[in-house]
Design a protein around this ligand. Structure first.
Ligand SMILES: [Zn+2]
Length: 290
């Protein structure tokens, strides 16, 4: 017999995983995910609301081959973060549950990094900063022309600035940050028509939100979280069961995902191989080892 809590969890995960990647889930996939996440319990009614919102958003998007690759790489970024999931004990943590992966122009994942601001006692150590800084230091190129960063949280002003300065053309994020986000849009905003206004920054970076349902589930949950917490911080939200639910299901979803576009099969397999061979489950002092 299932206990009430586990039953609630199983139903919740079933609903979430079923829409995590539109059209890809099978019954086996949902069952497997449910059994590997029994410790994550969330409110079923709220999850149903979040899923309904996500479903509506995802239904509005046509997924072509490039968008499918975006989904694959974003799932990988969520999985990288979940591999070293942090609890709310901020004082003793590595950092926040935020991370990113770097993909080159041949759709090869070449690097990963996670936020490490606490363990380094250095508030600049965001996942994207570590990703860009360490990759350039260890792999040779002077800039990031042709690369894309998939990051689980929308980039802040610091990380966005580095993206402009390294000539990185595009980033995709897995959750909107209503406070520190839109940094790229702000840098590109043309206010010359206003008194004392400025022209846009002289380089262009494309910033896209992911179309994975998990992204919209996170956005929905965070909106509710803000409405319930006077001093809400997105980094604290990212230690909640609701956030963990999305991140924890990413690897399983990626592994079971059946590509719609055959040319993406190899991309998916290589992304999973990267996770299995390159991504560690603990903090790496300078950069991820490659
Ligand atoms: Zn940042």
């Amino acid at each position: 017999m299932m206990t009430g809590k586990i039953k609630q969890l199983t139903i919740s995960l079933f609903v979430l995983i079923a829409i995590m990647v539109s059209g890809c889930a099978t019954k086996d996939l949902t069952r497997q995910a449910a059994t590997t996440n029994q410790n994550i319990v969330v409110d079923e009614k709220l999850l149903n609301e979040a899923n309904a919102y996500a479903e509506k958003q995802v239904a509005m998007v046509q997924i072509d081959a490039a968008a499918e690759r975006d989904n694959i790489f974003m799932l990988l970024a969520y999985a990288v973060v979940y591999k070293n999931w942090q609890n709310s004990d901020m004082a003793n943590n590595r950092g926040y549950n935020i991370g990113s992966v770097l993909v080159d122009e041949n759709n090869e994942v070449v690097y990963w990094a996670r936020n490490s601001v606490n363990v380094t006692k250095n508030m600049t150590q965001h996942g994207e900063v570590r990703l860009m800084d360490c990759y350039l230091a260890t792999h040779g190129p002077n800039d990031l022309k042709g690369y894309t960063i998939y990051t689980t949280l929308e980039p802040c002003a610091m990380c966005s600035g580095m993206m402009f300065l390294t000539s990185m053309p595009r980033t995709v994020y897995g959750q909107k940050d209503p406070s520190f986000g839109d940094a790229i849009e702000r840098l590109e905003f043309d206010s010359t028509s206003l008194p004392g206004g400025y022209p846009p920054y002289p380089r262009h970076v494309i910033s896209n939100g992911s179309h994975l349902s998990g992204r919209y589930v996170l956005d929905y949950y965070y909106k509710v979280y803000v409405s319930q917490h006077q001093d809400a911080h997105i980094t604290v939200f990212l230690t909640t069961a609701e956030a963990a639910l999305v991140f924890s299901s990413a690897l399983n979803t990626l592994e079971k995902y059946q590509v719609k576009y055959p040319e993406n099969q190899e991309v998916k397999e290589k992304a999973i191989a990267f996770y299995n061979t390159k991504v560690t489950s603990s903090y790496t002092k300078l950069c991820p080892e490659q």
